[in-house]
Design a protein around this ligand. Structure first.
Ligand SMILES: O=P(O)(O)OC[C@@H](O)[C@@H](O)c1c[nH]c2ccccc12
Length: 263
């Protein structure tokens, strides 16, 4: 079994447990359930920002511990100060060392869109994302059927959430595309075997219809790469490890951003 299959199996157990401890009614009564999410596109296209979706990631199955010395509040605030267009916060516990409380903490101290970075396999998690104060959910084409993508994105839209669909190849893109998506992300990392290749983004960018925001995800470690990805048509750039592996991720992003060609 590959790692993605393991994650999905575990996620099913986790969601079953969550459903037992917090009912949908309780989620709907949650602190943030009725807030109006930020519009992802507006922040990506804001010329005063960098287009970077800056991720808080303590560890990953491929790299082990990346950084467990920093707080989500300090890091996310510094990312915003350094020009992030959105924040990405891992809520997966077992494989990425994240927590729902990390999302709540990021929400509490920032006023830009926050992506709930997790493996969504059940509508319950979308309601949970809304209750936790997320603005954007991630749907990973590799683990969902086209029907699930359609239903999940339509539910998310009905809650005012933005939807980011993640694909890794043309086949996933073509079978998964549907009207309720806001953004399509090309993951440069193959989640099944962890190999990375930025070329994946360049190969797929022109296959993504222009009505969607285009995001390049993972393995970005040089400002020059962003300049090239932007020239190729990307509007957003999801970066985690390159910042998180340093003692001061916000400062790392600040230094990095100085070398970007402004739009
Ligand atoms: O740390 P990186 O290589 O900059 O990658 C960030 C982000 O793209 C990556 O964490 C990611 C992309 N898609 C995911 C799906 C689930 C968990 C994590 C991810």
């Amino acid at each position: 079994m590959n790692i993605l299959d393991k994650i999905v199996l575990r996620k099913k157990e986790e969601v079953a447990l969550a459903k037992q401890s917090v009912s949908v009614k309780q989620l709907e009564a949650g602190l943030h359930f009725n807030r109006n999410p930020y519009v992802f596109k507006d922040f990506l296209l804001d010329e005063k920002r960098t287009g970077i979706i800056a991720e808080f990631k303590r560890r990953s199955p491929s790299k082990g511990v990346i950084n467990d010395q920093v707080t989500v509040e300090d890091v996310t605030r510094a990312y915003v100060a350094a020009g992030a267009s959105a924040l990405s916060v891992l809520t997966d516990v077992d494989f990425f060392g994240g927590h729902n409380n990390d999302l709540l903490a990021a929400r509490a101290v920032n006023e830009i869109p926050v992506l709930r970075k997790d493996f969504m396999i059940d509508e319950y998690q979308i309601l949970e994302a809304k209750a936790l104060g997320a603005d954007i959910i991630l749907l990973i084409a590799a683990i969902l059927t086209p029907a699930e993508i359609k239903n999940f994105s339509s539910l998310a839209k009905s809650l005012g959430l933005n939807v980011l669909l993640e694909v890794h190849n043309l086949e996933e893109l073509q079978r998964s595309i549907c009207k309720d998506l806001d953004a399509i992300g090309v993951n440069n990392r193959n989640l099944a075997d962890f190999t990375v290749n930025i070329q994946t983004s360049f190969d797929l960018v022109n296959q993504i219809p222009d009505e969607f925001m285009k995001i390049s995800e993972s393995a970005i470690s040089a400002p020059q790469t962003i300049n090239e990805l932007r020239a190729a048509g990307f509007n957003g750039f999801l970066i985690g490890e390159n910042f998180m592996k340093t003692p001061n991720p916000g400062q790392a992003m600040e230094e990095f951003s100085k070398q970007l060609i402004s739009v």
